[in-house]
Design a protein around this ligand. Structure first.
Ligand code: NAD
Length: 536
């Protein structure tokens, strides 16, 4: 007999802008996600169907803005096949708790190859010679070029693409000097590659290629002042983002001959057919083709569709732009700390009354190995969850806290303090404040080890009653009587006290959920100071 598996997709992902079929096949294979493909879709139609989508995958044509997100009541993730996310409003996505992902790795080789094509074209005047020939002109002398081998290439930005360009150009016999202030000089660089100051790049390079993101620091990075510091006859390439090489200053420098040639794949304004640079014979260009190969389009589509489906189906976050960065496998490896953080926060949120004002978190020992931004998001989400339910998630937790005027402070103490790992959360409201500390022993179970300065040891889970009292005889007996009368079975009791006869607190683990009436009876018991229901 054949085992027939019924396909019942309960999640929907919109795949727009002519996404490569290889990615659509990945979504299809999941069996739990229905792909809805529109290579071209009107804005009106998109607004009318976005409400059904759990995910959306776009390239650069579709604008995913605040208006769209307001209608996207189920949307959990936006995937951009490729790098640039200029068409996605990331702030609005964060506010709505929607994860934004891109897939930059898939276009690295392709863009590096395009850069090298530009370097060769610049060195050998290939586009100009071709145009002349198209005009039936055989001009051998006019287009005498230069070799790349033996020349110095300056690479600005030594990330994925920059380092691939550097490696390939070294193999072609170029000397490569690179500038990237965010790369540790001790990092393993390909042999012979020199990490230098940007001024050395300007002074030494015969060719300079930029591979940085467009930021406030990199906008106009190459301008008339920096060009003045370069060698006469330098050649420049921009296959990164328009605006990194200032177009107006470049125009003057090419015109004057200071810059012997320049090659752009990207422009300050795109599409662009009007740039004054097009008048210059020594300026060559392509219309943003850097990532445009069959292989890259397939790879970025596969990557993003895999990332989006893994997020929807397994909550695995890879390549997210509005989420604390975690290295591969970190969530699994540090799951016990994530669990501890969430339980401590859920606990403290329930024992604290009033409006939250400040959350102070101290991480110490082994916990500091985890990305603490991630753990803090887990804590803030867990604190807000009892109040906001699905209105808060890991993506928007910090934003929601800020919006509600809650200050989040984080400190780290890398050396262990009494425990090899410890998380301390202190929550202050307009009414009271509580401090809870927790650790994980070798059994990987989360334990509360201190509440408000009282040491105790308890695995926080299930139904609990937290109470404070004066340490006087009879209190515990009276509590047992109340619970017995209400048919509530005690599974465990953990006590902490200042000193004999002083203030004490206790955490009762109970087998069944208790109602408010039980807590009311607790409060009637002499010497009970406070009592609260907690569920973790
Ligand atoms: P990446 O993040 O891997 O690398 C960027 C590097 O720039 C990082 O190493 C970073 O440390 C460095 N950097 C940041 N600010 C810097 C500064 N002020 N000075 C020097 N270095 C700095 O990115 P990537 O995937 O290599 O992409 C590089 C660029 O190429 C990006 O702008 C990307 O958008 C662009 N890109 C263009 C195309 C295209 O179609 N033309 C395709 C893919 C990527």
């Amino acid at each position: 007999m054949r085992n027939i598996q019924l396909r019942m997709p309960n999640l929907k992902v919109l795949l727009l802008d002519g996404i490569d079929p290889a990615g659509i096949a990945i979504i299809n294979r999941s069996n739990s996600i229905e792909p809805i493909v529109h290579d071209k879709i009107s804005r009106e139609k998109l607004l009318s169907i976005i409400g059904e989508a759990d995910g959306i995958v776009v390239r650069s044509s579709t604008t995913v803005d605040r208006e769209l997100m307001q209608k996207a009541t189920r949307l959990k993730v936006i995937g951009r096949a490729g790098v640039g996310v200029d068409n996605v409003d990331i702030d609005a996505a964060t506010e709505h708790g929607i994860l934004v992902m891109n897939s930059p790795g898939g276009s690295t080789t392709t863009t590096a190859e395009h850069t090298i094509a530009m370097l060769f074209s610049l060195a050998r005047n290939i586009p100009q010679a071709y145009i002349a020939l198209k005009h039936r002109q055989w001009e051998r002398n006019k287009f005498k070029g230069v070799e790349l081998a033996g020349k110095t290439l300056g690479v600005i930005g030594l990330g994925r693409i920059g380092s691939e360009v550097a490696r390939k150009c070294q193999a072609m016999g170029m000397k490569v000097v690179a500038f990237d202030p965010y790369i540790n000089p001790d990092a393993h660089l390909s042999s012979g590659l020199e990490l230098v100051h940007i001024d050395d790049v300007f002074e030494q390079a015969d060719f300079i290629t930029v591979h940085v993101p467009l930021t406030d620091a990199t906008r106009n990075l190459i301008n008339k002042d920096t060009i003045a510091r370069m060698k006469d006859g330098v050649r420049l390439v921009n296959c990164a983002r328009g605006g990194i090489i200032g177009e107006r200053d470049l125009y003057d420098a090419v015109k004057s001959g200071k810059v012997a040639g320049a090659a752009f794949d990207v422009f300050e304004i795109e599409p662009n057919t009007e740039s004054p640079l097009f008048e210059l014979d020594n300026f060559i260009a392509t219309p943003h083709l850097g990532a445009s190969t069959v292989e890259a389009q397939r790879r970025v589509s596969e990557d993003i569709c895999r990332q989006v489906s893994e997020y929807l189906l397994k909550n695995t976050v890879d390549g997210a732009l509005n989420f604390p960065r975690l290295e591969a496998g970190a969530v699994e490896r540090y799951q016990h700390f994530v669990d501890l953080a969430a339980r401590l926060a859920t606990f403290v949120a329930q024992i604290c009354e009033g409006r939250m004002q400040t959350v102070s978190i101290r991480y110490s020992g082994e916990v500091c190995d985890v990305n603490l931004n991630y753990l803090t998001s887990v804590i803030v989400r867990s604190l807000l969850m009892p109040v906001l339910r699905e209105g808060v998630n890991l993506v928007n937790a910090m934003h929601v806290a800020k919006q509600r005027g809650i200050r989040v402070q984080e400190t780290r103490v890398p050396a262990p303090e009494n425990f090899t790992n410890l998380i301390v959360i202190e929550l202050k409201t307009d009414v009271e404040s509580h401090r809870v500390s927790g650790t994980v022993f070798t059994d990987k179970l989360p334990r509360i080890v201190n509440i408000d300065g009282y040491p105790l040891e308890v695995v926080p889970r299930g139904n609990m009653i937290f109470f404070t009292n004066n340490d006087k005889p009879g209190v515990i007996g009276a509590i047992g009587t109340v619970l017995g009368k209400c048919s509530v079975n005690i599974a465990g009791m953990h006590l902490g006290r200042e000193h004999e006869g002083g203030k004490a607190l206790a955490l009762l683990l109970v087998d069944n959920a208790v109602g408010k009436d039980v807590i009311e009876q607790f409060r009637q018991i002499p010497n009970i100071l406070s009592a609260k229901i907690v569920h973790v």
